[in-house]
Structures are given as C-alpha cells and as structure tokens.
Design a protein. Sequence first.
Length: 285
Amino acid sequence: MPESNREYKDRLFKFIFGNPQNRDWTLSLYNAINGSSYTDASQIRYTTIEDAVYMNMKNDVSFLVADTMSFYEQQASFNPNMPMRFLIYAGMVYAKYISQTDSYHPYSTAQQKAPTPRCVCFYNGEAEKEDRVVLDLKDAFDREADIEVRVTMLNVNYGRNRALMEACKPLRDYAWFVGTVRQRQAELNDLDAAVDAALNEMPEESTLKAFMMANRAEVKRMCIIEYNEVKTLADEREEGRMEGRMEGAIEMLLSLVRKGLISEERAAEEAHMSVSQLREQAKLA
C-alpha cells in the first residue's frame, strides 16, 4: 500500500468535480449550493491552483461562474482551521485573477468590482457533525480582526443533507461510493478489495459509474492515498496527545522533587529516564 506523505495529491472529490471533462457535474454542484439554474457548463472558468504550492497546500476546486468565485474543499477529517486555509487559497487565486484580467485595476481611484467569493467545505469524515456548520476566521484571533472569512461546512456523508443530494445527483453518488468503500473496508479489512467491491456495486443508474469504471486504477489510487492521509493525521494527533501526557507527568514529578516529596532518583525511575536526563528536563521546564 503506498505511503502517505505531505506532498499534495489530488483527491477523488477533485477528480470528479474539478475535472474539466466533468463540467456538467461541477455546474450541477454549483447550482445545488447556490440555488441557481445555470445550464451552460462551458461558461465555467476553472481557477484551481495547480502551479503554486504554499505550505504544501493546493485547493481542491475553484472556479468562476458569472460573478461568483467558488472555492470547494473536501475534508475527511474535521478541520476548524479551514477559514485560514481558504484565506490562503483565495489570496493566490485572486492575485492570479487580477493579473490575467483587464477589467480590474487595483490602483484605480474608482471602486473596482471583483467576483464574490463562496467558500464551501464538503465534510465526509466519520466523526458526527451537523449537516451545516459555519466556520469563521475570527475564532482564530484573540481580538477583533480586520479580515473576515466564513466557510460553510456541509456534511456530505451518504444520507445527510438530503435536499442538497437530491439537487446534485453526482454528489449523492459520490457520497454513496465513499460510504460504501468505508463499509466494505470495515467488513473486509482490505482497502483495495473494498474499493473494488464498491465499484462493482455501483448502481447502473449512477451518474458516476461509467467515469469511475473507465478510471478504475486512478480511483483506487486516490482512495488509498486519502485513506493513508487520514490515518497519518490521526496517528500524529494521537502521538501529540501522548507527548502532551508525558510532558505533564514529567512536570508533576519535577514538582514533587522541588517540594522534597520524592528523590531525583525515584522521579527519574518513574519517568523511565536517567537522573541527568531528568535534570535536563528541569532546565527546559
């Protein structure tokens, strides 16, 4: 199974909804999110960051329709820091947009109009979340800030946000596929076999079936990479919690030593380190 790393790799969500080959699906998702009824998918102008990476991040999908600049991200782990990520994405996208358009003059004395940003995070992790959650950049700051970013997080696990799913059949079929892979993985304990099973079980009426089957190897690769990415993040969070608990235990032992309640030797033994190592910890504390 391929190892996960922090180099950005495309996700299945982007492969489906950020692919110029699937403009109709992108437009269907846009209409479902915005309550619009655009029919000409050729009017979509993709602005997804492909050639620049900042902090090892590229956005999943961004595109321009009429006067709206949409930023779409899929996340399999809840991330309250999405507004900061969207701020970074939007800064790069708008900088590129301004450099490539003749209609926006940033140094003009007249107010210049720009596409209205719409930031949406599609959450399909296993932790229970509400159908709709608004994440706000202001929560990252200790006092009132001059920059505002709001991200609407939509729970797109299969069976959630039913009205949205009915309005966008490709999103519903994507949710079904991800949920089925998860179920088969739990049953088979074999991700490769789980993806194969989900592909084979896709209903004939699924809007995605022909595309997914035609790109079977790529779909499997993306599913495996995303699974490893989520697992790696979970392992790192657990490692961080363990380190935090260990630091707390050492600090408690050092406090007991300072109060003369236990000896350095006893404290070092309890911390599974030498006395010299314990003294080094005391210097850092």
